[in-house]
Every structure is written in structure tokens, then in C-alpha cells.
Design a protein around this ligand. Sequence first.
Ligand SMILES: [Zn+2]
Length: 727
Amino acid sequence: MSFPRRVLPFIGEFCFLTLALNSPPFAHAQAQTSILGFTPSAAARQTKIEEQFKAIPSPDEERRQHHIFTAEPHVAGSPRNNELARYIADQWRNEGLEDVVIRRYDVYGTNPKSTLLEMVAPAHYHAVLRELPIPGDPDLKNKSISSAWSGMSASGEVTAPLVYAHSGNPEDYELLRRQGIDVKGKVVLVRYSNPYSYRGFKALTAEREGAAALLIYSDPAEDGFKKGKVVPNGPWGPEYHIQRGAITYDFMVPGDPLTPGWASIPGAKRIPVDQAVSIPKIMALPLSWHDAKPLLANMDGPLAPEDWQGGLPIKYHLGGNRVRVHVKIEMNNSTQPYYVVEGRIRGAQLPDEWIVLGNHRDAWVFGGVDPSSGTASMMELTRALGKLAKSGMRPRRTIVVCSWDGEEVGLTGSTEWGEQFADELRNKAVAYINVDEATSGPDFHGQAVASLAPMLVEATRTLKDPSGKTLYAAWRETSTRDRREAKQTEEVADSNLADTRIGSGSDHTVFLNFVGMPVLGLGFEGPYGVYHSAYDDFFWMNHFGDPSYRYHTLMSQLWGVLALRLANADLLPFDFASYASNIRQFVNELTKNKDMSQLDLKPILDAIDDFEAAGKRLDESASRALSSGAIDPKLATAINHGTMQVERNWLNPDGIPGRPWFKHILYGARFTYAHLELPGLTEAVEKQDWATAKQQAEILRQALINNTKLLNELNSDLNGEKTEAGK
Ligand SMILES: [Zn+2]
């Protein structure tokens, strides 16, 4: 899973303060002579290492690995997915990775036993709930392709009238109410993306409304023939494609529902199922438009509003009387093992400073894009890193690589691993780099916490896009096009290229929101209408997504360059002045068009100014120290340990109100998975709960003060102004 990006990167008015002496403005897309965080001689050495590294990943190997991972369906908990875990571990050992281990977590998993949907009135229709094979794609005849099911659905049986509730968001039920339509005890039919919201949010909303069951279908207006040619003639979803997916309420707390906040290791305490807030109590089933069409075509009641009409050649009605459906779902939701594979290249000089990389292994079916494109890229990345290490080019810091399990169920494997090692990670981890879907097309999308956005942009300048341009130039072009299409007037700049608004929906969540690690997320995107369906497979990738496997290869290169820069930098390339500008932007947006007379944000804005000034001073000192060519290693380590703590300091141990697991005060996600900046403060302001808002504002102000103090101390240390009191 990965949150479909339909939101443009944040367009801010701030400018990056790069390490001024060491890093000229990004004017030349030529070979770099300086790299953020490196002394000149270290940058020259690093450039050589990167050249050797980038030469290793090959499209043929990417394709070979991709074929292995997409050969069979491999849903979380399945024998095939576990076999792939062993395959990865074996590969990593052969490639020279160290401490390769398969970690087992016994978690509350989900599997379907049987699903049934039929229309019983006004006519009989028995839903297919399966995807039909297509000529030319032998994989679609595979007997182990599952039928339609929703992960973590409740079991049960109901025969009831059907209501069409548009996208199944709260405002949709408001409209139904105004039309006199109550969904209590009824079955609700909704579509996936108009606008997009996470299907688990649709399930929770339907559950709160008292519906008996939820059917979620893929309307051709969103990912089918209304978008363009469908499989096998184009990348969009054909008539029978089913978007499977979990409805787990992981926006409340991700991971194993029975161990919220701690790891599901042997002997761990578990809460009773009925106390687990992330387990839905409603039945749910995904449908192809083939199965939804007879239901929609027979519905009566008021004509649905214009923006509720979809891509099928029928008039959509709200229903509620004429169509009755019979839904029967039997699930096997119970404890089962999930496996995380972990390996590392031990750092030659700073083994206790970690760069963590990860991709999930489990797929709804074959996982052509999601996640096996990312898995293939990861395998080429580890092969290249192993080869470098064997030839004596071991990174200074340790690079830890993980293959997650059960991401699709509730971000489960990464969450359990992150919870298990949270204390160690808070001491040792520099950053986490996530790749979920490596490629569904050519358009690069890079996400980063604001402090790492400049180093991400810088790294793209040294990579070559298959178009022949630098990745940086290609990224700018895509970004310019997207902005034009969205009718945004702001120009694309280095300062707004990276998406610094990070919601949930993939494995970065535990590292950012629970552990307090800076995160990066990378992906190439394109027209993609077969998400979570059987058609997302090897055939699709070889005909539409990345037939040459050159974007897979570029992903391995980019992922590795970022990891190697973080692993080898003299001073970690965090840019806190840019972080401050981002936070100021978040605060300004929060107050836009709102009556804020109950809350004085001046103290926060002042604290942001101070944090920005401290960030600038530290940048300047770091630039001076780096350009002098030599930094005392002990001093560098002290500075780096300090800057690594900045992200941790954005955590509030109590979490955001109502969701204690989510501890980051700058980044959060709405129940829909959409990004939510300053989550505690924003939600309080939106509810006009001014007492909570004041409390959250004070927490933010204190964190800013703490981080300003920290940066000022580091700056003094770096300038040799250390005092007894400062130690
Ligand atoms: Zn995914």
C-alpha cells in the first residue's frame, strides 16, 4: 500500500539555507565537486564510491528479481511470502550482508474463508468476485489468486436494502440524511476515490453510521476506461479488476491490533480482541465495476447528485428500497506469524550509527508495482552495497536493510520491528528511507522531512534519468507540469521540489511518528489503474509500468546514493533552517481563514524565528568547519549525535490527543491517511477546542525552544566555545 498521491508538494515561500561555502546553489547539473555534509576531500572520495556503486545495478537483474517476486501471489502470512523471506535472507548472506536474521512476530492476521454477494431483489445476480484472465498474461490463470476480500473485515451474514453513498465519507452520509435516507442496518455501496480516502476510513464511517456491511467498488471514472486504455491494451483497470485491501483502523494505532505500542515478540502481553481499537466491527468487500454495475443499474430513490455520478453508462441513484443484497463473509482472523528479514552492512568507523532502509514484501496478489517493484530495486541495491563492501568500500556508518511483512494489513511488520527496537533506534538511527512502490511510471515523487529535503534534491542532480536528463531536471519538469495542471501559480524551485508533507499509508509511519526518525520516501509514478488487483503483475510492468526496467535501476541507484551519503557524511546533512521555514508555513496555513482570537500564536512564531536563526548559525559553522578540510572526528561525532536528536525532540510522549501512539507533533495523518501537519494543534483548532489548542501550542513552543537550545549548544561546540556549563 502506499497513499496515492493526488496532492501536490507543498509550495512554500522559504528558501533553503544550504551549507553556504561547501555547497554552491544548485545551479549546475554537472558532476558535483561538493556534497552537503562532506569536506572537499571526503566529497571527492564519495563521488568515486558513488560512481562505482551506480555502475552495479542492471536492468536485466532488476527484471530477473522482479520476476521472482511476482511469480506467485504472496499475501502476508502465506507460505509463498514466507518462502520469499527465506530467499531474501539467503541472497543477502551471499551478497555479503551481515547479521542477517529473520524475525518472527506473532500478530493478529487476517485471511478469508469464504465470501458471497448476491442481489436478491428486484432481480437475481450472483457476483463473480473474481478477475477474469486476459490473453497474453499466463499469470492470471494462477489457481492461487484470491477472490475479492477486505483484510480485517468482520464475519457475518445479512440480507438488506442497498444504499449508494458516493465515496463513503462523512459528508456523503450528511447528504443522504438530507434526502431522508438512513443507512442503519443497510448495506452501503461506495466507490474508492472521489475524492480518495483510505478504505479503512470508509469502513469506520459506515460502522459509525450503523450500516450492516460495506461494498467498495472501483468506478471506471477513477481508474478504468474513463481514464484511458485498459489492460491488456493500456495501464488502466479492466472490467473485472478488484482493488483488495485492508480496512484496519491503523490510523488509530498501526501494527498488531493486540499489542498497541509494544512488539509482538514471544511472551508479549496481548489485549483481548474486543478491546482492540484498530479491528473493524463491520463486514466489507471490494468489487469490480462488473459486479457493481447490476446493483447500481437497478437502484431507485432520488437521482444522485452530479458529482456522485460515475463513469458507467447509467444514472446513479441513491437507492435504499428496491435493491436488496445478501452478503455473507467468513473470515479467519487470528494470530499467525509474520516475518521481517533484517540484514546490514556494518559501518567501518561508526557501526553504532544506523541508516535504515526498508520495503514491504507482502502483496495483495502478485504485487507487480506494489510492492515487488520496490523489492526488486531493494535486491539490486543490496547486491551493489555488498559488492562495494567486499571490495573494501565499506560505509562509515552501518546500513540496516529490512524486508517488512504485513504492511498491507496494518503496517504490521515495520511497526512491530520499530516498537521492538525503538530505544535503540532513538540512540542510533540517523534516518529511514522507505521505498514501497518503486515504479508505476516515469514521474519521480520524493518525500522528505524538511531537514533532509535539500540533500534529497542535491542527490537527484548526480543521477541520470532514462530520458537522458538528470533526475533533477526530469523531476523539475514533472513538478512544473503538475503545478500547471493544478493551476498553481508558484514556480518550481529547489526549495519546494520535495514533498515535505508526510501522511501515513506505508512503512515510514512507525519511524517518523513513533520513534522520531527523519524519513525519506521515494517512488516513480505513472498511469496505474490496477492497484491491489491481480492485474498488477509482471505482465503489467513489462507492458506499461517500466518495460525496460530502467526506472527500477534508477531507484536502486538513488536509494543507494542517499544511503551512502548519510552513511559517509562528515557532518550529517540536516538543514534545520529549512525545517523552520516549513514549520512556519504549517502554522500560517493553520490560521488561514480561521478566527484565531482565542489562541495567540505569536509565541510560537517567535520560537520558530529563534529556531531558524539557530539553524542558520549552525549551517554556517558547519560549512566553515567542512571547508577547512578537517574536523576532529570526536567533535563531528558529538555534533552528529546532537543533530540526530532534533527529530526525537519533536515527539510528545503522550502522543496527539486521542491517539497516543502517534507522538510526532509536526507530522501526522488524518483518518483518511492524508497528511496532517501539526496534528494535535490542528485538530484542536478545527474542533475549536481552545483549551486543548492552547496546551498543544505550548507543547510545540517548548519543543522549538528545546531544539533551539540544542542547536545553539552544538554551534558553540563546533566553534570551540565549549564552556563547563555547556557540558
Ligand atoms: Zn505497498
